[in-house]
Design a protein around this ligand. Structure first.
Ligand code: S3P
Length: 432
């Protein structure tokens, strides 16, 4: 995304209020793809408002899938399933900025009868795709790339199941292989180094497929049919993370987030926030199509500090930008380790975080796979570069709330990749 607009964020006194968030990005992508593959219609309420999930819908339309937006509030998407077969697209599929779209859709396109091409924006065109190319090729697809990066040209084939040990923990890759496994002959067995988010497995079951889970191993049999569903997508916990961290910055803050995704593979964020010093309570837990949803109430207290490493790092990989952005305000600081994957996200997030924290006056150490950010620091407003990365733009809008003076977020429009209403919702929650 081009850095064309900017946002100015002024310091705040407190955070107070109640909010319900647009649907989770990870789940929205998966529901849209599975609804497109299913037999019959699906209705997806509270579908993500982010541009990434719109990229998925755009690709599906180019693949002959009929879908439309429902009338009224709630961002409803109605999808007419195709019964596992898409039609040949007449032009390259535009995945925009979305790694989830290109990687997960690859698994489906690998098992179709036609050839297709997927392209992305400048950021996506730099991201590694070998992680899906290698296993999908082993299943029988032919995939050409630009030295392991997009564009991807996929010649679909009759896929054969494989047993695959994933070298990198990645839910996008796991889901891509589960989708390919659904279209393959035989039983696909995927072994992940640690349990990444499991929305692919949960969503497949919601659409009627049988998926087995045993420790870090997931199995799916090819040839299963899917049935359409009516579902409400739970609020996006990675978007909520920005407001939860904003609340953490102010002792006595009070924030309620309703209808929030509480899937255990995503909710580790709450454990880390509790460790840092936020008081958290969860009520009204319920299960919707296999996904846990609840109301989260938080209250700011003393901000201690934390070390985020190992499986915790993988569990909060999308929330590390905002956790790092508030780290200088904690008493003991925050150290992030084992986060090399952050260097190949929408931007090199380790460098983006270090650069912008320094611009705000913070001392820190950038390591190969993380950051050591001492606590007890005060920051000043500065000109922040979003690097076209939505989570960097939003993370520094939160750091700005306790800085001295105004902060200018360059390229702030990229927040729309996951959360178009971010800035207006934030303004509604802060007190000045
Ligand atoms: C996602 C998985 C994560 C995450 C991304 C969304 C998903 O990426 O960073 O924002 O929906 O499966 P990896 O699969 O690369 O770990």
């Amino acid at each position: 995304m081009q850095s064309s607009s900017h946002a100015v964020v002024r310091p705040a006194r407190n955070v107070r209020g109640s909010v319900s968030l647009p649907g989770d990005k990870s789940i929205s992508h998966r529901y849209a793809m599975l609804a497109a593959l299913a037999d019959g219609p699906s209705r997806l309420e509270n579908y993500s408002t982010g541009a990434d999930c719109a990229s998925t819908l755009g690709c599906l339309r180019s693949l002959g899938v009929n879908w439309g937006r429902g009338a009224g509030a709630g961002n409803v998407i109605a999808v007419q399933g195709t019964g596992l077969t898409f039609s040949t697209p007449s032009e390259p599929l535009d995945c925009g900025n979305s790694g989830s779209t290109i990687r997960m859709l690859s698994g489906i396109l690998a098992g179709q009868e036609f050839s297709s091409e997927m392209v992305g924006d400048e950021s996506l065109s730099r991201r590694p795709m070998e992680r899906v190319i290698a296993p999908l090729t082993a299943m029988g697809a032919h995939i050409e790339s630009h030295r392991g990066r997009p564009p991807l040209r996929i010649a679909g084939a009759e896929l054969k199941a494989i047993q695959y040990k994933m070298p990198v923990a990645s839910a996008q890759v796991k889901t891509s292989l589960l989708f390919a496994g659904l279209l393959a002959e035989g039983e696909t067995i995927i072994h992940e180094p640690l349990r990444a988010r499991d929305h692919g497995e949960v969503a497949l079951r919601a659409f009627g497929a049988h998926v087995e889970q045993n420790g870090n191993e997931v199995r799916i049999r090819g040839g299963q049919r899917l049935k359409g569903i009516e579902a409400v997508v739970p609020g996006d916990i990675s978007s909520a993370a920005f407001f939860l961290c904003a609340a953490a910055l102010f002792p006595g803050s009070q924030l309620t987030v309703t209808n929030l995704l509480m899937n255990p593979t995503r909710a580790r964020l709450l454990d880390i926030l509790i460790q840092i010093g936020l008081r958290v309570s969860v009520t009204q837990l319920e299960e919707l199509h296999g996904e846990l949803v609840g109301t989260v109430q938080v209250e700011g207290g003393r901000l201690k500090g934390a070390t985020i490493a190992g499986s915790d790092t993988a569990a909060v990989i999308d929330e590390i930008p905002v956790l790092a952005a508030i780290a200088p305000y904690t008493e003991q600081g925050i150290e992030v380790r084992d986060a090399k994957e952050l260097r190949v996200k929408e931007s090199n997030r380790i460098t983006a975080l270090a650069t912008n924290l320094r611009r705000m006056g913070a001392q820190l150490e950038e390591t190969e796979d993380g950051l050591k950010i001492p606590g007890g620091q005060s920051l000043h407003g500065a000109e922040i570069e979003s690097f076209g990365d939505h989570r960097i733009a939003m993370a520094f809008s939160i750091a700005a709330l306790r800085a001295k003076g105004e902060t200018l977020i360059q390229g702030s429009e990229c927040a729309a990749i996951s959360y178009p209403a971010f800035f207006s919702t934030l303004e509604g929650l802060v007190e000045r």
